[in-house]
Design a protein around this ligand. Structure first.
Ligand code: ZN
Length: 504
């Protein structure tokens, strides 16, 4: 017996050390699968790095997923010698884009998009953070339980970081403890609709609900996002289809959702906005108008409210900046969205408002659906499901159409990274500065490409995107999320290592 032990023990310990070695190497391998350039510390070099202080030639040091230092100067290869580095030359290194308005539709509607395809498209498009909307998934995110379902459904599917807005609906608007628990569970803020959302478990709110929501949010310093279209009292749903002769004409659809709906909603929000002022009942809360399309009367009301001290911001979307109603072809329901795309003159006004700082930021409102709901055969604008699919293309689209207006990389970065990160309360995101997350997009603004079927598109349904068939400028080369190179040269990192973002 004693002899047997003598012989077996060394063997057992040898076996144990092999097992340990295997576990160590496999865990190292699985972490390294998060990145196509798996190094704890490395440098990124470029002649065009977009920082809060301007565009510099220099290097960014990444360590443990954060930005360890940013140094300015040419020919820095000597300074980083011996370390790992990626030299991108003339390509632009910019903070990763933060999209505060994405519908990822999971759980329950993965046939529309889903976390996996949506975040792969985001990574390929240079977006490093998405904030998911509380509707179009089943169920809608209107309670702690439904938020938990979202977070659970997102596990191991996220190629970029994803936060979540909760929903403000009549059911929870007067229930402070329900809203408190939704905030405490990590919702980054709330979203509500002033018109029917088209989703049964996401009913519309009025301005009284919205005021209650703002009061509940005040102590958390989190925003309430509002879809601002108000259907006039005189309007009935039967009226929608009265006297409509050509349902394939975009002009027909446009008439059913006039700019006066946006104006009426914003007018109705005025007293709620005033409550967010210093000393107001909802001081600490913030109101954000999503996807502004009307750059006339609605914009004037927003400007007035801002100058009166309301804590207010507003976004528009690439489709309002890129397209005008006159150019939308009969039956092309890829362009249906709410509020609708308006005329060319309005489009120019939107650009001016963005450049003058009256519109704060841009978001995608990526809102896909199953292709059959678009009714491409009939081309019926009145019955087709609305929503523009765009996530992967928002950077080249904003840049390409913005070039005619002389936009700069610094402006682009403010609209797509710095301000959205602030709205979502993400202090460590949205800017290339020491201490922030190493979230970057590397891209070639001058490189043009035809966005056609041959392009690698990662949305679940590439063919429903309104941008297919356009020529764009600005090719994304690489995307980094917290130091992980998650997308490079048409390839994704094998493992999805994005994280759910929950407010603390
Ligand atoms: Zn939306």
């Amino acid at each position: 017996m004693e002899i047997l032990q003598w012989r077996v023990l060394p063997l057992l310990s040898l076996l144990a050390s092999f097992v340990l070695l295997y576990i160590q190497t496999s865990s190292k391998r699985s972490n390294s699968e998060c990145s196509l350039f798996p190094h704890e510390q490395f440098w990124i070099l470029s002649k065009r790095i977009v920082t809060p202080d301007g565009v510099i030639s220099g290097a960014v040091e990444v360590r443990g997923g954060n930005i360890a230092s940013v140094i300015e100067g040419d020919d820095l290869q000597g300074s980083v010698i011996g370390g790992h580095f990626l030299d991108y030359g003339d390509a632009v290194v910019m903070p990763g884009l933060v999209d505060v308005h994405a519908h990822l539709d999971e759980p329950g509607k993965t046939e529309w998009e889903g976390f996996s395809t949506g975040t792969r498209a985001a990574a390929a498009g240079g977006l490093t953070t998405l904030i998911d909307m509380p509707l179009n998934s089943v169920p809608s995110t209107v309670s702690v339980e439904t938020l938990r379902l979202k977070v659970e459904a997102s596990k191991e599917k996220l190629h970029v970081d994803v936060g979540f807005w909760g929903g403000l609906v009549p059911d929870n608007a007067f229930n402070e403890s329900a809203l408190d628990s939704l905030m405490e569970a990590g919702a980054l803020g709330l979203k509500s609709f002033m018109c029917p959302s088209g989703i049964n478990d996401f009913p519309m709110t009025n301005s009284t609900h919205i005021k209650e929501g703002l009061v509940a949010l005040a102590k958390y310093n989190r925003p309430l996002l509002v879809h601002a279209e108000l259907v006039p009292d005189s309007h009935s749903s039967t009226q929608l289809n009265d006297g409509i002769s050509d349902v394939r004409s975009y002009a027909t659809y446009l008439k059913t959702r006039p700019a006066s709906w946006e104006e009426a909603a914003i007018r109705d929000l005025q007293s709620a906005m005033q409550e967010t002022r210093v000393g107001g009942r909802a001081e600490g809360a913030h109101l954000h108008i999503v996807h502004l399309s009307d750059a006339r009367a609605s914009l004037e009301l927003i400007k007035d409210a801002k100058s009166s001290g309301a804590s207010l911001s507003v976004e528009t979307c690439p489709h309002y900046l890129a397209f005008s109603s006159d150019d939308i072809k009969d039956g092309d329901t890829r362009f249906k969205c709410a509020p609708p795309i308006r005329d060319e003159d309005n489009r120019q006004n939107l650009w001016n408002a963005l450049l003058e700082g009256h519109i704060d930021l841009v978001s995608s409102d990526h809102s896909p659906s199953a292709p059959e709901l678009k009714l491409f055969g009939e081309g019926d604008f009145m019955r087709a499901w609305g929503g523009i699919s765009s996530l992967q293309f928002v950077l080249p689209v904003t840049w390409s159409y913005g070039l005619k207006h002389g936009i700069t990389l610094t402006q682009l970065s403010k609209w797509w990274s710095e301000r959205p990160a602030k709205l979502a309360g993400q202090d460590q995101k949205g800017a290339i500065k020491t201490g922030n997350h190493a979230d970057f997009v590397v891209w070639e603004p001058e490189m043009e490409f035809e966005l056609d079927e041959s392009h690698n598109i990662y949305h679940r349904h590439p063919n429903i995107s309104a941008y297919i068939g356009t020529r764009l400028s600005g090719k994304v080369l690489s995307t980094f999320v917290r130091g992980n190179l998650v997308f490079s040269d048409g390839e994704h990192a094998p493992k999805a290592c994005g994280v759910p973002i929950l407010a603390k």
